[in-house]
Design a protein around this ligand. Structure first.
Ligand code: SF4
Length: 336
């Protein structure tokens, strides 16, 4: 680990002032950035500890939504009674990820901003355009079992590792941020990026911006939802493929539906055409066309070619689970 300065921000103004300094990074749960510092992947000049900021609350929004504090832990969010009853796809996605210890420490803002788990990104002896721009990509032509089948570039084929973000995308959540230029609201669909020719940029946050909250809209699709996660170990692993599905069902017909995916791309993956195809379908449809729309243009990288078969099956399974109102249960983590 490189030497670094440390400051504890007492309020938001101080945090933004400190975080705007060159080389400064915010830290809260310490479940990703500090690991990367130990590996010499991240070398911030200063850590700005934001744990004292009043951003831990989960609050009702006027109009019926729910605001998740940026510093609320993943565990407090997943076990909040309002989240569990009104937004169960959020609770389910969180509980599908990490371990109990990590969920107790990790924050919602940090979950959004966590970095890829590409093996090469963590190994400073290897080429990685995300860690060292211009150095190449060890995963292209290398070990790439966990890598992207959608939206990759010739610079980077990494995937975003979050489960929570997949559910937030399906719900059309909004991210509230504050930084040196003031406050703004970023729709979840615009928060993360594809790698393109700037793979070192994971998201559209500007330097010095803090995630203050995540706003969930009034509609939580509680009766018809699922979060289906396929992984190498059921106990604790990042998604090879995951699927969040939410639907509004009336009289056996899907009136509105959305599908978002993890493990597919550099950002949580969603395709408008797939959502549109859900509308008007009977709940016992086979959802083949929905899977086709989400998989259009997908390409394997060699070791991850199995995802080309796994992902469409997972999409169809998840859509059937949501439509039937039989969501995947994360507490026992069995595939049902
Ligand atoms: Fe680095 Fe991206 Fe290539 Fe992984 S896939 S080695 S993160 S450039």
């Amino acid at each position: 680990m490189m030497p670094f300065a440390y400051a504890r921000a007492g309020d938001l103004d101080e945090a933004v002032r400190l975080g705007a300094e060159p080389g400064a990074r915010y830290v809260a749960g310490c479940t990703n950035l500090v690991d990367l510092m130990k590996y010499f992947v991240e070398k911030p000049r200063k850590l700005v500890d934001i744990n004292a900021l009043p951003l831990r609350a989960i609050e009702e929004l006027e109009g019926g939504g729910l605001r998740l504090g940026g510093l609320a832990t993943n565990a407090d969010t997943a076990y909040d009674a309002r989240v569990q009853s009104r937004y169960p796809v959020v609770a389910s996605a969180i509980l599908a990820g990490a371990s109990a210890q990590l969920r107790n420490a990790a924050t919602n803002g940090g979950n959004l901003n966590q970095r890829t788990r590409c093996y090469y990104f963590y190994d400073i002896e290897t080429a990685c355009n995300k860690r060292t721009p211009g150095s190449g990509c060890g995963a292209i032509g290398g070990f790439n079992r966990i890598h992207a089948i959608q939206g990759a570039s010739d610079q980077c084929i990494a995937t975003h590792p979050s489960d929570l973000c997949v559910a937030l995308l399906a719900l059309d959540a909004e991210v509230r941020v504050i930084g040196p230029e003031g406050e703004r609201v970023v729709p979840m669909v615009d928060y993360h990026r594809l790698p393109g020719d700037e793979p070192w940029r994971d998201n559209n946050l500007k330097h010095g911006e803090i995630v203050t909250a995540i706003d969930l809209p009034p509609e939580g699709f509680a009766p018809n939802h699922t979060y289906l996660k396929m992984r190498d170990r059921q106990s604790y692993a990042f998604a090879l493929v995951s699927v969040a599905v939410v639907m509004r069902v009336e009289d056996g017909v899907i009136r509105e539906g959305r599908v978002a995916m993890g493990g597919m791309a550099h950002k949580p993956w969603r395709v408008a055409e797939a959502d549109a195809l859900l509308t008007g379908k009977p709940i016992d449809a086979d959802f083949v066309d929905v899977a086709d729309a989400l998989m259009a243009g997908a390409a394997g990288q060699g070791e991850n070619d199995f995802k080309l078969d796994l992902a469409p099956r997972a999409i169809r399974r998840a859509c059937s689970q949501a439509a039937a109102g039989t969501p995947q249960i994360q507490s026992d983590k069995r595939i049902v």
